[in-house]
Design a protein around this ligand. Structure first.
Ligand code: AMP
Ligand code: ZN
Length: 472
């Protein structure tokens, strides 16, 4: 039996426990999410972190909090190798395409924002780019230097992890076994494999597109620095929630914590750390870095609309790996279509909801989301509402509309999905001819066309925006 959940409980990676959530500042939640590296398109797995962060934000808002959500865009400094060797992903993309790094960043930032919008994510309150915050990053690295946390080698200015005794704590790292590793050889002069770059100098003889002056000479910021610098800029020196993919725990987030706690003398820097698991793509981890890209538009071309992908995301808990297969996404698309169709019918039903009859379903939905965002269970409650015989249709719609503020599935859309999605030039032309016949008041012809369409299983409905059709 699940315990009764009367408060929002979240799994905190920092403590490895589910904990009742309390905002640091009453009524206001400040949260930061690691965003995309914009050197190429985001595959559908890369969208999972933003779907998760958006769900979290919506649940917090449903709990009555005002939320300030910040997402960063990494447009410099993320190397192909997390151990500070390798090349900057942006520079590689620029060289391969013969284009300017800024132009590439702009293109993929826009595309990422558009994809997020299409899968129903609310726009973050702040979207900040690393290249717009170079001065803040330099200032942060300077502060760490002044406090004795850094050393300088030929390759750049490094954070000395031996000066931060808590370094291994967050990710439960075994630094002694790391020290025995071979990776230290990748960067000559690095004292420990875990030490990481705050500021990098371009390799000898290499002229980078993206480099800036600094107290240490021309160069560019290390990848981890931007998140510490921009979060403090936009959210303050401590804040409530930091999100990201599980892959960030051991290196990126561990390093963000080292920088921020040492710069600001705070602990814990962030109260609650939340990490979502990966989308497992046909048996193997699909990584953007490995060049195997399956993007949102590929789904759309397959006839799966973006919000069906959100529905698919909601079918698994964020801390579970979710396997992506054609069968699974098709099933999600069918489920989503049905839910939208049911919602459209319920919405038209006459009558007024009686508030007292909504409470038990509302409580169940809320309890599911309060239990560390159990979206699959919440979705099941939405379906129980659709099928409920104890509620009249108007009551069912009232609940669905309320749940949708958290689910983000646009259940109040004008028409069931299939009517919006389908496009077939021949049928479009028949529908247009029927419309023309109606305008000419040739109702016999209009009816003849409608019957011909019906014989093919196509239903036409007249809406305010003109006729729409769908296959039955
Ligand atoms: P990349 O550009 O490959 O480093 O990916 C950017 C971020 O997207 C990663 O750091 C992960 O947090 C996230 N990510 C990558 N692949 C997946 C996946 N298959 N499922 C969920 N998240 C992913
Ligand atoms: Zn980050």
């Amino acid at each position: 039996m699940a315990a009764r959940v009367d408060r929002l409980v979240l799994y905190n990676t920092r403590t490895r426990h589910k904990q009742a959530f309390e905002a640091l500042e009453p009524g206001h939640v400040r949260m930061y999410s690691c965003g995309p590296t914009v050197y190429s398109a985001q595959h559908i797995g890369n969208l999972r972190p933003y779907l998760f962060a958006d769900l979290l934000r919506r649940v917090l808002e449903a709990e009555g909090y005002r939320v300030t959500h910040v997402i960063n865009v990494t447009d410099v400094g993320h190397l192909t190798d997390d151990a500070d060797a390798g090349e900057d992903k942006m520079e590689v993309a620029a060289r391969r395409s013969g284009r300017r790094a800024e132009e590439i960043a702009e293109q993929y930032t826009r595309q990422w924002m558009e994809d997020c919008r299409r899968v129903g994510c609310l726009e973050p309150h702040v979207t900040c780019r690393a290249t717009d915050h170079i001065a803040e990053q330099v200032a942060l690295a300077r502060r760490l230097e002044e406090r004795g946390y850094t050393y300088r080698i030929e390759d750049g200015v490094y954070f000395d992890t031996s000066k931060f005794p808590r370094y291994a704590e967050f990710a439960r790292l075994d630094l002694s076994s790391q020290a025995a590793g071979v990776r230290i050889g990748d960067v000559p002069g690095k004292r420990h494999p875990a030490d990481f770059a705050l500021w990098k100098f371009p390799s000898p003889g290499v002229r980078r597109q993206q480099e800036w002056d600094s107290p240490w000479g021309r160069g560019f910021p290390g990848w981890h620095l931007e998140c510490s610098a921009m979060s403090s800029e936009h959210l303050g020196k401590t804040f409530d929630i930091h999100t990201g993919g599980v892959d960030h725990i051991a290196v990126h987030h561990t390093n963000e914590i080292a920088q921020s706690e040492c710069a600001w003398d705070v602990h814990p820097w962030v109260n609650v750390w939340m990490h979502e698991e990966f989308l497992d793509f046909r048996g193997g981890k699909m990584s953007k870095s490995k060049g195997d890209l399956y993007v949102l538009e590929d789904l759309v071309e397959q006839g799966i609309e973006p919000l069906a992908y959100r529905y698919f995301f909601l079918q698994a808990h964020y801390r579970q790996q979710q396997t992506f297969t054609d069968a699974a996404i098709e099933a999600a698309a069918t489920g989503y279509d049905r839910l939208v169709g049911q919602a459209a019918e319920l919405r038209e039903a006459p009558g007024d909801p009686e508030a007292s009859r909504l409470a038990s379903f509302r409580e169940r939905f809320r309890a599911a989301m309060r239990d560390d965002l159990n979206a699959p269970r919440a979705l099941a409650v939405a379906w129980d509402v659709v099928r409920s015989r104890e509620l009249v249709p108007a009551e069912r719609w009232a609940l669905l509309a309320e749940f949708d503020a958290v689910l983000g599935l646009d259940l109040a859309r004008a028409l069931p999905r299939k009517q919006v999605r389908e496009s077939d030039p021949r049928i479009d032309a028949m529908v247009a001819r029927r419309e023309e016949a109606r305008r000419q008041r040739d109702f016999a012809e209009a009816d003849r066309i409608r019957d011909a369409l019906a014989a093919e299983g196509v239903a036409v409905e007249d809406s305010e925006d003109g006729p729409r059709w769908r296959r039955r």
